[in-house]
Write a protein that binds this ligand. Structure first.
Ligand code: FAD
Ligand code: DLZ
Ligand code: SF4
Length: 513
């Protein structure tokens, strides 16, 4: 019997479910570089280069094992440019008895796969994705009948289920969550560790040249491409993180600094999302660092919560609530995405810096995504679909299963509270507290009104005023609404006038000059 095993570009793990029973004597592994996947949104150039480079290295490793790999390069003669076209071509060429594939990360491809079952002349076995710790069906059972899903409840269940940071059925250290020890501001002059430097080898360099040529009009630079694109390099990156960054991860998790996009973050999301590392091995390695006394509990718990908690939770939520999830717009936001999200041309220094980091590295850390580009999108009432497309384009780790809940739910509150109990709205004071951006800004973070005032300041109150009928009744918003009530009529008028002027002004233009 000959099985055709179709491995997608973000399933690059040797023990992924589609490969567990691989028979190198008879089976063929299919991997395809296709234009449709590279352009369904106009991904950052580094994201395409990352996937193609990781795919080519993974295929080479399989071949070194003696596995037959049908690897279709982007510029191969006859490449039809789509998953479906390439699968059909491979079926004609290899005449398999069946096709085996692991379920995809995106609804769009899931629907495509259902079509393969109907249209192809051989059976298609779609297997669970075993790279996650919580199977889709288990999450769906947990979510059934709940409107609001809360990460913290889910996370505690996952700690019990996996035994991570657990002792005798209780959380290690007597608490589930050590966030109150985290979130320090970086001291002035502080130097964080250097990012590991994975200089592109011949395979990666060839891919970078291809992407530069074929996707020249996509967002982003390729010059600073330094991602680990093999499992061996991803393991080196994990070790670097555990040794150099984890001991301070929690402390400076929310800090932002000009010209220092990485700080103590792991930079592991592209490798995790493409399959080079598994969530389980990364969490267990972090727990081991705590057991061995190499990192304190607040840092290790904070890190494990991001993966065992947030990452598994958003993935479960995505599959439990799609496709309807993407359609809601609870705050009726409809303003166009300003052009500066692409060009970085804005006088708001925090946004200019985050866009610059994003363009250079296809990366920004969580707080830049949530509290700068995200917070502005929320306060300015940008249309969810346009903001979501931006986030799906610009990051090397972006796949809809993780991007959509974070943007639609956590940032924009477009799901009306399914994912988080309240919107993460904040004024310029938060950005000033956690970063050095305001020092280099032409706007004045201390000023509340007028043309030179930080726009986040009046947009924050304007957001509360505009959404009062939707948010004022939310118990978790009671405090800001009480403060708003105390501001007085004249101050409220000042806020709405400032906001209207800014939102109609040059900063908000949605196309280049
Ligand atoms: P670290 O800060 O070192 O965290 C460690 C790991 O925890 C990450 O590698 C990631 O796997 C996981 N993690 C942390 N927070 C989250 C979260 N909220 N959701 C899921 N996993 C999380 N992450 C993506 O992988 N892809 C995305 O497309 C994506 N889009 C986002 C959009 C917005 C608006 C926000 C607020 C967050 C988004 N995130 C996304 C989550 C998070 O910002 C990134 O995972 C993180 O910045 C990746 O960098 P790191 O590996 O250095 O992470
Ligand atoms: C993101 C991406 C890109 C840019 N290109 C390819 C590709 O050419 N071939 C491939 O197999 N996968 C690619 N991917 C990843 C897929 O888009 C991903 O598998 C689906 O979005 C499902 O998560
Ligand atoms: Fe951003 Fe306002 Fe600070 Fe300028 S002053 S960097 S706009 S928060």
């Amino acid at each position: 019997l000959r099985t055709l095993r179709f491995v997608l570009g973000d399933q690059l793990h040797r023990r992924v479910s589609s490969l567990t029973d691989l028979d190198p004597q008879s089976d063929v592994v299919l991997m395809v570089e296709v234009r449709e996947e590279a352009t369904y949104v106009r991904h950052h150039k580094q994201k395409i280069a990352y996937l193609f480079a990781a795919m080519r290295h993974f295929a080479a490793d399989l071949e070194a094992e003696g596995v037959t790999v049908d690897y279709v390069r982007l510029d191969a003669p006859g490449n039809t440019g789509s998953f479906t076209g390439e699968l059909r071509r491979a079926v004609e060429q290899h005449e398999p008895d069946k096709i085996v594939v692991t379920e995809p990360g995106e609804w769009r491809v899931w629907e495509m796969m259902q079509g393969w079952r109907d249209d192809l002349p051989v059976p298609v076995d779609i297997r669970d994705d075993n790279r996650f710790l919580c199977p889709r069906a288990d999450f769906a059972r947990w979510a059934e009948g709940r409107h609001a899903l809360r990460m913290e409840t889910f996370y505690r269940g996952m700690r019990k289920r996996t035994g991570l940071l657990m002792k005798d059925g209780e959380p290690v250290g007597g608490q589930w969550n050590f966030d109150h020890d985290n979130r320090k501001k970086l001291p002035r002059g502080h130097r964080s560790p250097e990012r590991p430097d994975f200089v592109p080898d011949a395979i990666t360099s060839e891919v970078i040249a291809l992407v530069s040529d074929r996707f020249a009009d996509h967002f982003g630079d390729l010059d600073a491409f330094r991602w680990p694109v093999t499992r061996a390099d991803a393991l080196t990156a994990l070790k670097h993180f555990l040794d150099e960054c984890l001991p301070h991860f929690g402390d400076y998790q929310d800090a932002m600094k000009t010209g220092a996009p990485f700080l103590y973050h792991a930079l592991l999301s592209p490798a995790l999302n493409a399959g080079l590392l598994t969530a389980e091995e990364v969490c267990r390695a972090a727990a081991r660092a705590y057991d061995e006394g190499a990192a304190p509990l607040n840092c290790v718990e904070g890190f494990i919560r991001q993966i065992l908690g947030w990452r598994e939770y958003v993935r479960g939520l995505y599959w439990a609530r799609m496709p309807a999830y993407a359609e809601t717009n609870a705050l009726a936001a409809k303003r166009d995405l300003p052009w500066f999200y692409w060009s970085g041309e804005t006088r708001m220094n925090c946004l200019a810096q985050c866009v610059a980091d994003t363009r250079a590295h296809a990366y920004a850390h969580h707080i830049q995504r949530l509290m700068v580009t995200g917070n502005f999108a929320l306060l300015a009432g940008l249309e969810p679909a346009q903001v979501e497309e931006w986030y799906l384009v610009v990051y090397a780790d972006a796949y809809e299963w993780v991007e959509l809940p974070n943007v639609h739910g956590m940032v924009l509150w477009a799901d009306g509270g399914v994912m988080g109990s309240k919107p993460y709205a904040a004024s310029g004071a938060y950005i000033n507290r956690m970063s050095d951006y305001c020092r280099g800004c032409t706007y004045d973070v201390a000023a509340k009104s007028g043309e030179s005032a930080c726009p986040f300041n009046y947009l924050y109150w304007n957001f509360l005023i505009e959404n009062a009928d939707r948010l004022a009744g939310n118990p978790r918003m009671a405090m800001p609404y009480r403060t708003l009530d105390g501001l007085g009529e004249r101050r409220r008028e000042e806020i709405t006038t400032d906001a209207a002027r800014f939102l109609a002004g040059a900063e908000m233009r949605s196309a280049p000059f």
